[in-house]
Design a protein around this ligand. Structure first.
Ligand code: HEM
Length: 271
């Protein structure tokens, strides 16, 4: 049996609704013969504008619905599936409503913010689909705090292990112990740290171990430290992008709401 996911939810029910809406709007646009040229002020323009505005309000309502943990109306997967497909169909409805008339005015601002919000939704979808599962896999069902605690205990062990080691080993390990998860915000963005001191200590100990057997425990300690650091780096890198895209998508949608209100008010004031 094929499992429901965001895209094929209930046999693509929301894809079908979105396609129907797109086809009906396009058909109406093609057969409509307005007196001047197609724009938001014809009967079809008003109809598509009303549908578009209701869609925007409903898409924004998702932020509220997501936080209503006791609400049983439809499951969240269904809501996200509908959000994606109907959100995409809004691009067609809004374009036809505007009748391809773009200028330097509040109406076009609302239109551009609509496309921008949809664009940010598409951009974030890749992160949203991949990262949450990968984030829990990369930490092996542990919390990031537990991994930090592991590193702290490895570091205490390392301090004991290097007491009798030579000066060079002591220096490399002591630099490694100061190495944090990331050095800069750019590191977190890319998920990579160039010149990582723990990585250097591991490389160094890997060659030293061939000369002195007693370095095995500190080598293992540093390998584990590096593995834990890499887990945390991958985790916080994914979390960065998940948080960043929502921090763009949500403000864009509020900007759109404000522009939509201004657009509707200005239409009725200057009627
Ligand atoms: C104008 C159109 C859109 C508006 C106004 C809108 C608005 C919103 C809002 C308010 C949220 C809730 C965020 C939160 O509170 O955490 C949200 C989440 C989301 N949106 Fe949109 N959105 C639009 C279009 C799209 C499109 C076209 C896509 C994808 C193709 C999309 C994908 C998502 C996803 C994946 C989430 C996160 C769901 C979750 O956290 O469970 N959005 N959107």
């Amino acid at each position: 049996m094929i499992q429901d996911n965001l895209f094929n939810y209930k046999r693509f029910v929301f894809l079908k609704w979105a396609l129907l809406l797109t086809l009906v709007s396009t058909f109406a646009y093609l057969i409509d013969q307005p007196a001047i040229h197609a724009n938001g002020g014809t009967w079809l323009g008003y109809t598509l504008g009303t549908v578009g505005a209701l869609l925007i309000l409903w898409l924004m309502w998702f932020g509220v619905r997501k936080r209503q943990y006791n609400n049983q109306s439809g499951n969240l997967r269904g809501w996200v599936s509908a959000h994606i497909y109907l959100g995409l169909s809004l691009a067609v409805v809004a374009t036809l409503h505007a009748g391809f008339q773009i200028g330097w005015n509040i109406h076009s601002l609302a239109y551009i913010l609509t496309l921008t919000t949809i664009g940010t939704g598409v951009w974030g979808l890749g992160f949203y689909l991949r990262y949450p599962a990968e984030m829990s896999n990369v930490l092996n069902r542990q919390s990031p705090e537990q991994i930090v605690t592991q590193i702290e205990s490895l570091d205490r062990e390392a301090l004991k292990l290097v007491k009798n080691a030579n000066e060079m080993v002591g220096r490399m390990v002591s630099l490694s112990l100061k190495q944090g998860i990331f050095q800069t915000r750019a590191n977190q963005r890319s998920g990579k740290v160039k010149n990582c001191d723990t990585d250097k200590a591991v490389q160094f100990l890997q060659t030293e171990i061939t000369k002195a057997d007693n370095l095995s425990p500190i080598y293992m300690n540093q390998v584990q430290r590096l593995r834990a650091l890499k887990q945390l780096r991958r985790y916080y890198h994914m979390r960065y992008w998940l948080e960043l895209w929502l921090a763009v998508h949500v403000p864009c949608s509020f900007g759109l709401l404000a522009a939509l209100i201004a657009h509707v008010l200005s239409v009725f004031i200057y009627w």
